[in-house]
Design a protein around this ligand. Structure first.
Ligand SMILES: Cc1cc2nc3c(=O)[nH]c(=O)nc-3n(C[C@H](O)[C@H](O)[C@H](O)COP(=O)(O)OP(=O)(O)OC[C@H]3O[C@@H](n4cnc5c(N)ncnc54)[C@H](O)[C@@H]3O)c2cc1C
Ligand SMILES: *[C@@H]1O[C@H](CO)[C@@H](O)[C@H](O)[C@H]1NC(C)=O
Ligand SMILES: *[C@@H]1O[C@H](CO)[C@@H](O)[C@H](O)[C@H]1NC(C)=O
Length: 441
């Protein structure tokens, strides 16, 4: 479904999952869209990333299932294996969580962030022909009553109707758009994370079971620490993340190296299998988990620049929804712009924010609640009710169809933001939608 041209020029800053989705969805909704991204070339960066079925539903609509067909072989398949939750010290499996039956139109897709990112990047650029300008760091944002734009490092100015600032957790736009510096806070936790081949794992009788019979997913839950380990691509690739207490310096980076010895120190009284896995890790990243108070607004004062994705709302990994929520933002903003029309961009962005704000906050909170559920486990309770330690999978998050929701909510919210349109000559302000409605007696 591609709508005819809306005449709206959208500038997207950032080609992460948030920016790419916003651009793809703007293209679907008939806007003219271009992306400006600071990295000079595409690199396969990161490690495991999760997309819930509410993101799968968005991917599924791209190329009528083509995009999902490209992503699926890269993603973990634990239909048979499920998720096995162990007690940290004894190693016993306290709960075996079964997977939901697979859904064709809303698949769950968890895999290597860089590999999945490359597929989406190529889909936007090569299949849809969306211009993606690499090596273009945005230094400034500007707007007036009729337009908004960016200034690039070389001084070049780009002007459009609306700017979507999807520039990530270290957003520069946040400060420029909001007019103040929003300091990150430490969440009190950090995550060590690694992705590596199974070569040494299959050589060790203690660990080879994870690599010989297809994909696996195991978690060890302990006091204030949890260790998640998965094998992907039929057991070929191994990946783990270990969340632990950390109160010192904050560095929001993906490439900060971590030390194996420190990980082994945390795991010293743990199930020896954990140590056997970590010992085989060639390199790891230490990622401090920062936290931000919810921003009062994602939208600039004149209403033509919007933060989107991590720049508007960073997530804790225990929500497993950060990238998914960034994608939902992209769907919503593209629809609001289409429904509102070129003359009503500020009202479109306000409507988008209101469609999204409460949902995003509620999903953000699940990151904390899941972490606390695991880190403060009452083991006698788990004995009585093993299910209570399972990864919460809530329908209001996963069964959600962002496209349908935005279409349904739009009119009721937009009414209160739409600029009054004159009842005579000022028809240029009328959106295509309203003029069509007005044409019907
Ligand atoms: C290199 C990298 C690796 C990551 N690895 C993981 C991972 O392994 N697991 C995980 O769960 N999450 C990872 N994330 C975070 C995850 O991708 C995001 O939380 C989520 O996808 C939301 O995406 P986003 O588009 O809002 O932000 P991001 O994915 O952070 O994308 C923001 C983009 O904006 C660009 N940008 C920033 N400033 C400017 C500027 N001034 N001008 C132009 N462009 C700019 C950045 O280069 C980046 O490409 C990673 C992010 C990055 C950037
Ligand atoms: C743990 O759970 C048991 C059984 O439900 C309960 O009796 C006990 O008070 C709980 N302990 C704590 C510390 O909450
Ligand atoms: C329509 O125009 C008339 C005359 O200019 C004005 O009095 C009236 O308030 C306008 N109505 C609306 C809905 O703007």
């Amino acid at each position: 479904m591609y709508t005819s041209n809306s005449g709206i020029k959208v500038i997207v800053v950032g080609a992460g999952f948030g920016g790419l989705t916003a651009a793809i969805e703007c293209h679907r909704q008939g806007h003219n869209v271009e992306i400006y991204e600071s990295f000079p070339e595409l690199k396969v960066l990161g490690d495991i990333i999760s997309f819930g079925s509410n993101a799968g539903r968005i991917f599924h609509r791209w190329g009528n299932g083509d995009v999902v067909a490209r992503l699926r072989p890269m993603c973990i398949d634990i239909q048979n294996y499920g998720f096995r939750i162990h007690k940290w010290d004894t190693g016993e499996v306290v709960y075996h969580q079964k997977r939901e039956p697979p859904s064709a139109d809303a698949p769950v897709l968890n895999g290597h962030r860089g590999e999945l990112h490359e597929v989406i990047f190529n889909y936007a650029r090569d299949d849809l022909g969306i211009p993606i300008h690499l090596g273009q760091r945005v230094l400034e944002y500007f707007e007036d009553e009729d337009s908004a734009g960016i200034v690039l490092k070389d001084g070049q100015k780009i002007v459009g109707d609306v700017v979507i600032a999807a520039d990530g957790v270290r957003s520069k736009a946040r400060e420029l758009v909001l007019g103040y510096v929003d300091k990150p806070k430490s969440s009190g936790y950090a995550v060590w994370r690694a992705w590596f081949s199974n070569k040494d794992m299959i050589a060790d009788p203690q660990t080879k079971e994870f690599c010989e019979n297809g994909d696996t997913f195991n978690g060890w839950i302990g006091p204030d620490v949890h260790f998640l380990f998965s094998t992907i691509k039929g057991g070929k690739d191994c990946c783990w993340v270990l969340t632990h207490k950390d109160d010192h310096d904050i560095d929001e980076s993906w490439s900060f190296p971590g030390k194996i010895e420190e990980v082994l120190e945390v795991l010293k009284d743990w199930d020896p299998v954990c140590k056997a896995i970590v010992e085989k890790t060639p390199a790891l990243v230490d990622w401090k988990l920062v936290y931000r108070d919810p921003l009062p607004t994602w939208i600039s004062s004149k209403g033509r620049i919007s933060l989107l994705g991590d720049s508007a709302h960073p997530f804790l990994p225990t929500s497993a929804q950060g990238a998914t929520q960034a994608m939902e933002d992209g769907v919503s903003i593209a629809i609001c712009l289409k429904r509102a029309g070129k003359g009503q961009v500020p009202a479109a962005l306000k409507t988008h924010q209101e469609v999204r704000y409460d949902r995003v906050r509620a999903v953000q909170k699940t990151g904390e609640s899941t972490r606390d559920l695991w880190h403060k486990t009452n083991w006698s309770e788990v004995k009585e009710n093993p299910k209570s330690i399972g990864f919460p999978r809530e329908d209001w998050i996963h069964q959600f169809d962002c496209e349908k929701n935005t279409e349904d909510m739009f009119e009721g919210i937009f009414k209160s933001y739409a600029e009054p349109v004159g009842n005579g000559s000022e028809t240029s302000l009328l959106s295509a939608e309203t003029s069509r409605a007005a044409a019907v007696p």
